[in-house]
Design a binder for this molecule. Structure first.
Ligand SMILES: [Zn+2]
Length: 444
């Protein structure tokens, strides 16, 4: 048994150690929140919730503007649509007559389901092994901060760019960029920037080579509708809406298989073929707790996600849809919604050359090698980014997010980026920005 004296000593030491623990926790939390290091700044940006459906853009803009001020970059905020700001930062070059370079990233992110995460998605917790968990850690707040950190380091080394360097932050990429990058690149302001080359987001690489993307696939939303004679569920007769829709499914499945077989055989990457995937089916006569089971409905509808490769022939695709997938003679109609351009303003595919014909490419490649990086074979991105709007203007644009040995977690639960990978990325951008901005040959 403890006597009163011993007990009070024990409780004193216990309360002391609790105080120490509390102090320690407080200090480490403050370290995380208040330190002004490249990693702390990344965490601060990640803690700003810019996820859809209600992205809060203004704190993100304020944070970035403050960063820009701290390294003496000019800053302009433009709202092409109210509440959807574009932030443009500028580092003037010593020879402003040369075309500029622009480093783009988007401010928004897709939503996260907090219950499925090991750490809250907007806490930017750094685990003991250096993983920084947050929605946007890979897509694409990493590059938004790395651009600034690289410029900060270059300025500290008294580097002066020859070409002007712009850094842009655009809203709404995750919902198609119509009120973001599309309006920005169409503006008079953008024209005045005289952009010669652009970098935008890419994707993580599970291996030790950096991935780079020279084109995106372009999404089409396809809705097909079938109409037919309604009738009793027991009868077999031709031309019901469901029968017509099922026939479409068979034809579309064959098209899908023919492309997918090429991928499975290793002849092409996923992103190098046209893909089509059913995303919804709508039919039947609703009834409490289900559907009427003895009536064949007069209407049936299905939706498909179609991804066009940059060199796909849109006219041919439209003909296949009209003649085979939803033929009028089978009482079918369809609607294609093209989400973004497929050709540039001169009618050419939206492809940035990754060979010697593009002088920017050689400079970019060398900049990566210069910091000990290896570059994988350039790829087409399976999905879509804002880079397509830049390519539409004929501006060479590469998709690049410097993340090697990193699982691809964009839009996934527990999205993270390792601190070491993030820091290496800053070094890579230093090399890229200094090389591209001091490169004098290419006039456009
Ligand atoms: Zn993204």
């Amino acid at each position: 048994m403890l006597n009163v004296h011993q007990y009070s000593l024990l409780s004193l030491s216990l309360s002391l150690s609790l105080t120490t623990l509390a102090l320690f926790l407080l200090v480490s939390a403050q370290e995380d929140h208040q330190q002004d290091t490249p990693i702390a700044r990344f965490q601060r940006y990640l803690r700003i919730n810019t996820a859809h459906p209600n992205p809060d853009y203004s704190p993100a803009i304020s944070f970035l503007k403050l960063q820009a001020q701290s390294i003496q970059l000019q800053a302009r905020t433009i709202e092409f649509t109210p509440g959807k700001p574009v932030l443009l930062l500028t580092w003037p070059g010593s020879n402003p007559s040369l075309p500029s370079i622009i480093l783009n990233s988007h401010l928004d992110s897709v939503p996260a389901e907090p219950s499925k995460w090991v750490h809250p998605p907007f806490s930017a917790v750094r685990s003991p092994d250096g993983k920084i968990f947050a929605r946007g850690a890979q897509d694409d707040k990493c590059i938004g901060v790395q651009y600034l950190e690289a410029i900060r380091n270059l300025k500290a080394k008294n580097f002066v760019p020859t070409r002007t360097v712009h850094v842009s932050y655009v809203p709404d990429e995750e919902i198609g960029g119509v009120d973001g990058a599309a309006k920005f690149v169409a503006s008079k302001l953008f024209q005045e920037l005289r952009v010669g080359f652009a970098l935008d987001e890419g994707q993580a690489s599970p291996g030790d080579e950096f991935r780079v993307f020279y084109a995106d696939r372009s999404p089409w939303s396809l809705v097909i509708k079938a109409e037919g004679t309604p009738g009793h569920g027991s009868r077999m007769y031709d031309n019901t809406a469901m029968e017509n829709l099922m026939k479409s499914f068979e034809v579309i499945s064959r098209f899908r298989d023919s492309r997918f077989d090429v991928v499975k055989a290793g002849e092409a990457a996923n992103s190098e073929v046209i893909s089509v995937n059913p995303v919804y089916v709508k039919a039947g006569i609703p009834y409490p707790n289900g559907f009427v089971m003895n009536v064949q409905p007069s209407e049936a509808e299905a939706g498909f996600d179609v991804r066009m490769t940059p060199t796909a022939d849109p006219d041919l695709m439209r003909r296949i849809i009209a003649e085979e997938w939803a033929p009028a003679w089978r009482n079918m109609t369809y609607k294609i919604t093209e989400k973004g351009p497929l050709r540039d303003y001169t009618g050419r595919p939206l492809v940035t050359p990754t060979n010697d014909s593009n002088p920017w490419w050689s400079v970019f490649k060398q900049a990566i090698t210069a910091v000990g990086g290896k570059l994988a074979k350039p790829e087409i991105l399976a999905s879509t980014t804002d880079a397509r709007y830049l390519r539409q203007l004929g501006i060479p644009a590469l998709g690049f997010s410097p993340m090697t040995n990193t699982p691809i977690l964009l839009h996934d639960h527990n999205e993270f980026l390792k601190d070491t990978v993030y820091l290496k990325g800053i070094e890579v951008y230093e090399s890229i920005i200094s090389s591209l901005s001091s490169f004098e040959e290419a006039s456009h």
